[in-house]
Design a protein around this ligand. Structure first.
Ligand code: C2E
Ligand code: MG
Ligand code: MG
Ligand code: MG
Length: 288
């Protein structure tokens, strides 16, 4: 009996592995076609100054509007894009789109782009970013690159060079989803991060309490000493906004302010807050 069970199990695993492989191949082919067919777009989510309520940055978040499957979230296709290498082409396109959108905004507003480790390790990666900036006629100081701790899992020479080269040109780096990975203060010590984004699991959900609050405070304290911005991610309620501001976070991002929106709505949010009569901006909501 054991033998039969064993074999069934092997068959079961083999079948599910094949299915998984087929699904990946499908997504890969579709992703390449989708790029060509214009099914992808970049949405922008505001990152707000918690003192003034003004939008300081928009984070570029990719969306895929699939003709049959509807709207696909990045979590559903970025991992496949990474495994198959499509992320290089896709990532270049995203950076170019984000830079072009930012060039339309007021000069004090920056754009943040998420980068996968694979994009950074690719040869010529830094040059590619600078070229996208040049083509959009955007100053490097208006671009922020968000990287996660997974980037530093292997000590790659290209990674250090990439960060150094672009930092020297004025591009800023943010450490994304801080607290979820192999959080090591070593990365913060070694690389010139201007911003730390505290993961939303410290702001809402089942693990919120005295401990998460103390952790946010400690990170915010470090940020203020090192002159880094500390962003709280995933703010959905005014109470969460008040709590993280009180804990010392300088910036906030989340559905309380806005979801990610298409570029024309991002431009509208900016126009609205720059309008003297604006009575419904984030500033009023924060102070009111
Ligand atoms: P992330 O960089 O941490 O982006 C924040 C994610 O949290 C976004 O999900 C955003 O929509 C979501 N979010 C923002 N505010 C709230 C909130 O108040 N509540 C909740 N529950 N969620 C909130 P999204 O757009 O699905 O992106 C997921 C992840 O996919 C991103 O996490 C990022 O790691 C990755 N990603 C997105 N766009 C790109 C891209 O262009 N390139 C790469 N390499 N990765 C990307
Ligand atoms: Mg991000
Ligand atoms: Mg994040
Ligand atoms: Mg996050």
């Amino acid at each position: 009996h054991a033998k039969v069970n064993g074999r069934n199990q092997v068959c079961f695993f083999a079948a599910s592995m094949t299915r998984e492989l087929v699904r990946k191949k499908e997504i890969e082919a579709e992703l390449r076609a989708a790029l060509a067919r214009d099914e992808l777009s970049i949405f922008f989510q505001p990152i707000v100054d918690l003192e003034t309520g003004r939008i300081r940055t928009f984070e570029a978040l990719v969306r895929w509007f699939h003709p049959e499957k509807g709207e696909l979230r990045p979590d559903e296709f970025i991992p496949v894009a990474e495994e198959t290498g499509v992320i290089i082409t896709l990532g270049n396109w995203i950076t170019a789109q984000a830079a072009r959108a930012c060039a339309q905004w007021p000069e004090d507003v920056t754009v943040a782009v998420n980068l996968s480790p694979l994009q950074i390790r690719a040869s010529g990666a830094a040059l590619g970013i600078l070229q996208a900036l040049r083509e959009a006629n955007l100053s490097p100081s208006r671009l922020e690159l968000e990287v996660t701790e997974s980037l530093f899992l292997d000590d790659n020479q290209n990674t250090a060079r990439f960060i150094k080269e672009l930092s020297e040109q004025g591009v800023r780096f943010a450490l994304d989803d801080f607290g979820t990975g192999y959080s090591s203060l070593g990365y913060i010590n070694k690389f010139p991060f201007k911003k730390i984004k505290v993961d939303r699991s410290f702001v809402s959900g089942p693990n919120i309490g005295v401990k998460s609050d103390a952790i946010i405070r400690a990170v915010a304290e470090m940020g203020s000493t090192l002159e880094m911005d500390i962003v709280a991610e995933g703010l959905e309620t005014i109470d969460q906004v008040r709590a993280v501001r009180e804990a010392g976070c300088t910036l906030g991002q989340g559905y309380y302010f806005s979801r990610a929106v298409p570029d024309y709505l991002a431009a509208m949010l900016l126009a609205q807050e720059r309008n003297e009569d604006d009575s419904d901006g984030f500033a009023q909501r924060l102070t009111g």
